[in-house]
Design a protein around this ligand. Structure first.
Ligand code: ZN
Length: 364
């Protein structure tokens, strides 16, 4: 995250930011081809691409089936909604899963479109769920805390960002901790994966590459032999991942972590086939990372120029986003704007003053 997924205003199915970015320099080896319902499309040696439905603007999530000897390793699982369960039921009765059942579940990160059916699959096949510790613990915490009444701390956070009473009332109507509805019950044990670890899957070696900013400890998987990167939400081709400051770590610096992660991933080979969780497989990793980085740097400059007088997060939406911010967008927009304002503060380019609980930022 640090998008606060406990916040009931956030559309949990729309995981990614609406900040459109360039995808110049990218090629899509499979063109318009995408796997249909129940289809597992081979994209690399021992790697198959499946697509599960996600309601709302996100539309779908890509998950990956890895040949693993007599079984299949699944990477990411879809939301716990009927349409995704139905899609799995079709996949489980067709090759390869009909002959080589699920033998292990790996989740790149805790977001419900990725981990929503992890518990369902793990229980159904009596197999272990593999995740980084940061993602596992966040998933467990956020699915364990649901309340009818929105806590005072959450209301104070919204007020700090400049929300008015009507916006707070609307966001409060859904209660607190609604992420649990999108995630099937989880096992109590998991298998931790760590940065740099190599996992043997079938005859391939997949190295765990962690990153953060979108979530605490996102696990990408790199197969250097075949030049394949399972990128999760860390590198998406057509949309930019949500990077938000949230209630859990109000003094965090998710955008700083995101930019550091981009620098880290720039160290990977530039010719990898990137398998993203949303959109189509592509090559052009370095071009895409550079575009994502430059977009954030540009927004930081635009925001900085806007802070000639004190502004709240809500006063910055016009500079951050091309669309009018309303309804469910408000939570996402607030988190992303705060992440940028916080980054300016950490860089010493802005200062924050708290007046009556409201955060006002001005250029330093
Ligand atoms: Zn995500």
């Amino acid at each position: 995250m640090q998008r606060d997924s406990t916040s009931p205003d956030v559309s949990l199915t729309q995981d990614e930011s609406f900040v459109a970015t360039s995808h110049r320099g990218l090629t899509y080896p499979f063109g318009e081809r995408v796997p249909g319902a129940g289809e597992a499309l081979a994209v690399a040696p021992g790697v198959r691409w499946i697509r599960l439905p996600v309601p709302g603007a996100l539309d779908h999530i890509n998950c990956w089936l890895l040949d693993d000897g007599a079984v299949t390793t699944v990477v990411d699982t879809g939301l716990n909604v009927d349409a995704a369960v139905a899609a799995w039921r079709a996949l489980l009765t067709a090759p390869p899963l009909a002959e080589r059942p699920v033998g292990r579940v790996i989740c790149t990160h805790f977001h419900p479109d990725h981990a929503g059916l992890a518990g369902w699959l793990a229980r159904k096949f009596q197999v272990r769920l593999w995740m980084t510790r940061g993602e596992w613990l966040t998933l467990r915490v956020l699915t364990s805390d649901a309340r009818d009444e929105v806590p005072e701390e959450q209301v104070a956070f919204w007020r700090a960002a400049g929300w008015d009473a009507a916006q707070i009332a609307a966001a409060s109507a859904g209660g607190f901790g609604r992420m649990r509805r999108m995630v099937a019950p989880l096992p109590l044990s998991y298998r931790r994966i760590v940065d740099g670890e190599t996992i043997a899957i079938g005859d391939a070696a997949w190295q765990v590459v962690t990153a953060s900013g979108h979530c605490p400890e996102h696990g990408c998987l790199l197969n250097a032999r075949d030049g394949v990167l399972i990128a999760g939400d860390q590198v998406l081709p057509r949309i930019s991942s949500n990077v938000s400051l949230g209630l859990t770590e109000p003094e965090g610096d998710p955008l700083g972590e995101w930019l550091a992660s981009i620098a880290k991933l720039m160290g990977l080979p530039g010719d990898l086939l990137v398998l993203p969780a949303h959109g189509e497989p592509f090559t052009g990793l370095h071009a895409r990372l550079a575009a994502l980085r430059d977009e954030h740097l540009k927004r930081l400059d635009i925001l900085h120029a806007h802070l000639t007088e004190p502004r709240r997060a809500v006063d910055c939406f016009g500079r951050m986003f091309r669309r009018r911010i309303e309804g469910d967008m408000l939570g996402l927009a607030t988190g992303e704007t705060l992440a940028h304002l916080r980054r300016l503060e950490v860089e010493g380019r802005a200062v924050r003053e708290v007046r009556d609980g409201v955060w006002w930022y001005r250029a330093a």
